[in-house]
Design a protein around this ligand. Structure first.
Ligand code: AMP
Ligand code: ZN
Length: 664
């Protein structure tokens, strides 16, 4: 092979490995082998400067020093975003959009708002030619040499990219890398950095690009600007950018309504702390680029986009101790025991640490001063460590290896961040936890009995599982602490009354891992009785609407267990409901099986909700918007004309209320 070919082969291989490692997060060779290849390429390039290439992976290690960063005018202005803080703000925004777009269908792409430093990357013929900071929006600083060291920024694109375009994104410093950098700084007696955002933007302006290369920076992209890109929507933009090799977070959703947007916001307000990098809100964008163009910009921001800022009140306090809780399914939750601190009007003493990964991500240690935040959830969260206050003798947190209650070694399954105690039938907290769940209000709603009573009954050896509840007698219960004749009688009566609780709630009460209220309802409806459900295979379960592999596996595992089968047989013998009640079954048919209906407008004989219920009771599906998958559009009075046009173009049959009622 000629020298030129060798160099090219190495560059191609290293590019692919970089992409696998930094964009996909799925390396296919060892770090050592990677370094060897890189060294080989560096040596060849040094000997043969005639084969220089501005996109060579060797440029990632940096080395060029920039004394002054040139000012570059953005070909297209980098706008700011309008902010919103409530559902009302968003509804007002939608109203303003409606004034321009009328009752055209509007879809929204929701993305997270990454908290770092904005960047604009220019690509020509698939090569990165320039990286410029946002600056004042009109012009910024040329930081190309530094940005080239960020491994997830592609220097050479793949696929069918347009000849010239800019792509915008955010340069972030993920928590884990930030914690590592700070741990090193503290160890070297240097001042730790304040927060990931400032450190990320500071990094871009370092003069020595080799120093930038050492920082674990990441670049997340969200927007392409350019002419003739052939892209028609924001969603397609994200997909295309991903295809060309950019890192585009998959946490994004195409939403059909403001309700769906709100659901996305509420979900991520809570779950954003599980992400590897910092986010401070959601960005909602009108999906169609044509509609974006119609809406245009104000003097400072696009009218087609809106940032929703998460509310967050933060305080710092000392983490005294990390303890571990065992849940009813055996899941272990680490808990931070804090020096009491006032946050959003309440005194906080404890915070959830979620799992081992979360602790490692922030490098949280006992004795640390931590930042505690209250978001959409009731339980406050730890969102960072104040490294400047880390005590001298601090050591990294060692996660427990065995259950704190029964000392069984913990296990962790792939795809699940939690550790589990697998001693399901012997671990005392799991036993009582399951029974406590069984009697709870949303499950069997057993009156006259509370969580402490369950613990007492278990400690006295009177119950080992929820089936044992049904054989309890007044005489057995009366001697318990704080029990009197009357309360003992109520307890026994409460248990007896629970045989009336409908099947779907019984299914929820059984406490199968991942089977919450909604899933229990779906399963009850699909299988009608427990015997059919117990006989179902994994494939059959997955075929049920909204049931995935994780749930299916858990259901199978639960029913395969001999003890569970025995308990269910006993519950049956006591009269607990294990099939859908006759009146529920009576109104249910399979007449509409396999068909999807979209309901629109106002109806005369039945309400919209009744109509939807009729569809579901007869085995049909209710869709939220018309697509090629829609079988029928049930059209009421005052239905929007755009819906009708859409149904007509897609060949979806339009039927009236009477037509529909005749079908069922
Ligand atoms: P602001 O600085 O508050 O005006 O917000 C605008 C900035 O949000 C932009 O300059 C972007 O860098 C940043 N941003 C972060 N994530 C996104 C996203 N998904 N879409 C658009 N802008 C984003
Ligand atoms: Zn245990």
């Amino acid at each position: 092979m000629s020298i030129k070919d060798q160099i090219e082969a190495l560059r191609t291989a290293l590019r692919a490995h970089n992409y696998n490692y930094y964009v996909l997060d799925k390396p296919t060779i060892s770090d050592y082998d990677f370094d060897m290849k890189l060294k080989q390429l560096q040596a060849l390039e040094a000997e043969h400067p005639e084969f220089y290439d501005a996109t060579s992976p060797t440029l990632r290690v940096g080395g060029m020093v920039t004394k002054n960063f040139d000012t570059v005018v953005h070909e297209q202005r980098m706008y700011s975003l309008d902010n919103s803080y409530s559902k009302e703000d968003l509804e007002d925004w939608e109203k303003r959009i409606r004034r321009v777009l009328g009752d055209e269908t509007v879809e929204f792409t929701c993305e997270l708002k990454y908290d770092g430093a904005s960047i604009s990357l220019t690509y020509e013929d698939g090569q990165l030619v320039r990286a410029v900071t946002r600056g004042d929006g009109f012009q910024g600083d040329d930081v190309t040499t530094n940005v080239k060291t960020i491994k997830s920024v592609p220097l050479q694109l793949k696929g069918d990219y347009p000849p010239k375009f800019d792509i915008r994104g955010e340069i972030v410093l993920p928590f884990e890398g930030f914690a590592k950098m700070n741990a090193e700084r503290v160890a070297n007696g240097e001042e730790p950095y304040m927060n990931p955002r400032n450190t990320a933007s500071g990094s871009l302006k370092l003069q020595d690009s080799a120093a930038v290369a050492k920082r674990p920076l990441d670049c997340l992209l969200y927007g392409i600007v350019g002419e003739n890109t052939g892209i028609r929507s924001q969603w397609e933009m994200l997909e295309k950018a991903r295809e060309w090799g950019f890192k585009v977070p998959t946490v994004a959703k195409l939403c059909k309504s403001t309700d769906e947007v709100m659901a996305f916001i509420q979900h991520w307000d809570i779950h954003r702390h599980d992400l590897p990098y910092e986010t401070d809100g959601v960005v909602i964008k009108v999906n169609s680029l044509q509609q974006q163009e119609e809406l245009g910009h104000t003097s400072k921001s696009p009218r087609w986009a809106m940032a929703y800022k998460f509310k967050a009140e933060q305080v710092a306090t000392v983490l005294n101790e990390i303890t571990y809780q065992v849940g009813r399914t055996g899941a272990i939750t680490p808990v931070a025991n804090l020096a009491p601190v006032l946050l959003a009007g309440t005194t906080v003493k404890r915070a959830s640490l979620h799992n081992a990964d979360q602790i490692a991500k922030f490098d949280i240690r006992e004795g640390d001063t931590v930042f505690v935040e209250k978001g959409g959830e009731i339980i406050p969260k730890i969102v960072g460590v104040d490294f400047s206050k880390r005590p001298q003798n601090s050591t990294p947190t060692q996660y427990i290896g065995a259950c704190p209650e029964c000392h069984t070694p913990l296990e962790r399954t792939e795809g699940d961040a939690k550790h589990y105690c697998t001693n399901y039938y012997g671990c005392p907290v799991q036993i009582t936890g399951r029974i406590q769940h069984y009697i709870s209000r949303k499950a069997m709603d057993i009156e006259g009995m509370g969580s402490e009573t369950v613990t007492l009954l278990f400690q006295e050896g009177l119950i080992l599982n929820y089936a044992d509840l049904y054989t309890l007698t007044k005489e057995q219960v009366m001697p318990l602490e704080r029990m009197a004749e009357k309360s003992a009688e109520n307890l026994v009566k409460g248990v007896a009354a629970s045989v009336k609780i409908p099947f779907e709630r019984v299914l929820f009460a059984l406490g199968i891992r991942f089977v919450g209220e909604t899933v229990a309802k779906k399963l009850a409806k699909a299988y009608k009785n427990i015997d059919a459900l117990m006989a179902a295979t994994e494939e059959e379960l997955i075929a049920v609407d909204e049931i995935g592999e994780r749930i299916a596996k858990s259901v199978i595992e639960f029913f395969q267990n001999e003890q569970n089968r025995e308990i269910i047989a006993r519950l049956k013998s006591y009269g607990v409901q294990f099939e859908l009640s006759a009146d529920k079954l009576e109104n249910q048919t399979e007449k509409l099986k396999g068909q999807t209906f979209v309901v629109s407008g106002v109806f005369e004989k039945v309400s919209r909700n009744e109509l939807k219920k009729l569809i579901e009771d007869n085995g049909g599906k209710v869709g939220s918007s018309i697509s090629s998958k829609t079988s029928f559009l049930v059209a009421g009075d005052k239905m929007g004309p755009s819906k009708r046009t859409k149904a007509e173009t897609l060949g979806v049959q339009i039927i009236s209320e009477d037509d529909f009622l005749a079908m069922v």
